[in-house]
Write a protein that binds this ligand. Structure first.
Ligand code: ADE
Length: 232
């Protein structure tokens, strides 16, 4: 899968993409990540990419000509299936959304900055707006990195163990039941600072282990995210 990112700060996110799982996925050629500098598409002599909002108000707005020119140029040079703007007012990015995106060949993620993007650019070249949560970041770079990471690890070959993604938090169960948060995990030693690994996990009884894990998933979901249990 190809991820194209349009950003004013490529250097801020490149190290993350080049390390760990995403670095390996790029080395294997399963994932390609291209960082494009938005400022390269500025047209005036000061290379400005933003301007004051009509109607007043605080903050600066990314200029429509710069954003539209960049997206059109990238669409001409690369095969791009979907254009997504990262923005706090976007639809919430979820695990289901990550799965849906992982089936796409090539996506362009626009990292918003300042107060926002001129609405005409959004209307002209953006397919959807995504938010990674109900808080405001200083730009879309971290949000785009979150999307790339969550999507890439679902692509076959990236994790090396696809089954690992089937029973993790936020993933709908095999029977279509509501996504629950993940049960607690333990590794050696069997006893740590007086705390023992739950007996059932040492029993070798897989049916009992499954039952215990499901109960623990329900408990932790009830405690931390009761809203998930109300979802259909
Ligand atoms: N840019 C600023 N805040 C954001 C958020 N919560 N999600 C996506 N992009 C953003």
């Amino acid at each position: 899968m190809n991820f194209h990112l349009l950003t004013l700060f490529p250097e801020a996110i490149k190290p993350y993409f080049d390390s760990s799982l995403l670095g390996k996925a790029q080395e294997k050629g399963i994932v390609k990540i291209f960082l494009h500098q938005l400022r390269d598409y500025a047209t005036d002599k000061h290379c400005s990419v933003d301007d004051r909002p009509y109607g007043g108000g605080s903050g600066m707005i990314l200029k429509p000509d710069v954003v539209v020119c960049a997206v059109r140029d990238l669409r001409q040079k690369h095969k791009i299936d979907r254009v997504i703007l990262l923005s706090p007012r976007g639809a919430l990015f979820t695990q289901a959304g990550a799965r849906e995106l992982s089936d796409i060949q090539s996506v362009l993620l626009i990292c918003g900055r300042y107060e926002g993007v001129d609405q005409r650019a959004i209307d002209l070249v953006v397919d959807e707006e995504l938010s990674i949560g109900d808080y405001v970041l200083s730009g879309g770079e971290l949000a785009a990195a979150v999307v790339v990471d969550a999507v890439a690890r679902l692509i076959p070959g990236v994790l090396g163990n696809e089954k690992a993604t089937l029973d993790e938090s936020h993933t709908v169960g095999a029977h279509g039941c509501a996504p629950l948060l993940e049960y607690p995990h333990y590794t050696r030693p069997e006893e740590f600072e007086g705390m023992k690994v739950p007996e059932v996990l040492l029993s070798g009884n897989h049916a009992e282990i499954e039952k215990w894990r499901r109960e623990e998933s329900l408990k932790i979901t009830c405690k931390n995210r009761p809203d998930l249990l109300k979802k259909k």
